[in-house]
Design a protein around this ligand. Structure first.
Ligand code: F6R
Length: 263
């Protein structure tokens, strides 16, 4: 994993938007996997800015979102579909028929999940998957114990996730107990992965998933087994990493190697 430590949330947002924009420019019909939550709001703001000010073109990009609460209709203000429209889709020129967000109010979540996996396959798989990380180490809603081979399916939310996400709802009891989420296996099939994290509250879990042993109890540790994963953190989220100086040294010196191999 390439670990990039940035000074603060703003810098993390800018850096992650640059990584995404680089891929969109490299491949105009990029298949982009996206996440919701507090962490990527700044990244999406930066992408909207790049679209407005520099003409970053999303017209051929296909988007697959990671997850959605089970039972919430797409227009529900707490749905991830609504979040994505508010924070990104309505600010860029992404084409509506190229947007895929799991349908929370589907009658048949199992059939829907299979259909979702097929749609990903039909477009040749995800080129770049953007992730946040939950306090319990989840990616998507792959809670502790999720198999690394799991595919899109319904998952019961872990107590800590319900507590963490209660801030978006009037009361904790309103947080849905289930979600449709891409599996760890679905995420690991992406050609490239970008995980972003910020704030002190993520420091322990970032240390565990970057420097700890690989375990399905912290599903983000699966990224240690991916061939192309970039992690962009702010200083606070990186504060408990033991090998911080090494990651910074690599970041500052990798151009030497990249030049030699002619990238
Ligand atoms: C959201 C998602 C989750 C979040 C994670 C962090 O689509 O898949 O894994 O990325 O819960 O959420 P925040 O950014 O709100 O701390």
């Amino acid at each position: 994993m390439e670990i990039i430590i940035t000074p603060d949330y703003e810098a993390m947002s800018k850096m992650s938007a640059v990584v995404i924009a680089r891929e969109v420019k490299r491949k105009h019909d990029l298949v982009l996997g996206l996440a919701t939550g507090d962490t990527p709001i700044g990244t999406y703001r930066e992408l909207a800015k790049l679209h407005k000010e520099e003409g970053l073109d999303f017209s051929k990009v296909t988007i697959f979102n990671l997850d959605e609460y089970l039972g919430l209709a797409p227009l529900n203000k707490n749905s991830y579909n609504y979040f994505m429209w508010e924070n990104l889709f309505k600010h860029v020129n992404v084409s509506q028929h190229k947007i895929f967000v799991p349908q929370g109010n589907t009658d048949d979540p199992e059939e829907f999940s299979e259909w979702y996996e097929k749609q990903i396959l039909n477009v040749g798989g995800i080129d770049l998957q953007v992730l946040g990380i939950g306090g319990d180490g989840h990616i998507g809603f792959n809670e502790p114990g999720s198999s690394f081979a799991s595919r899109t399916r319904v998952k019961g939310l872990y107590e800590q996730t319900i507590k963490d996400n209660a801030r978006f709802f009037d009361k904790e009891e309103d947080v849905p107990r289930f979600a449709i989420t891409m599996g760890v296996g679905t995420i690991m099939d992406a050609k490239k992965i970008l995980l972003i994290a910020s704030g002190e509250g993520k420091a322990d879990v970032c240390k565990e998933f970057i420097e700890g042993p690989v375990t399905s109890q912290i599903t983000a540790t699966a990224l240690q087994l991916h061939s192309y994963a970039i992690v962009v953190l702010d200083e606070k989220a990186a504060s408990k990493l033991e090998r911080k100086e090494y990651y910074n040294w690599v970041r500052d010196n990798k151009h030497v190697v990249e030049k030699r191999i002619g990238r």
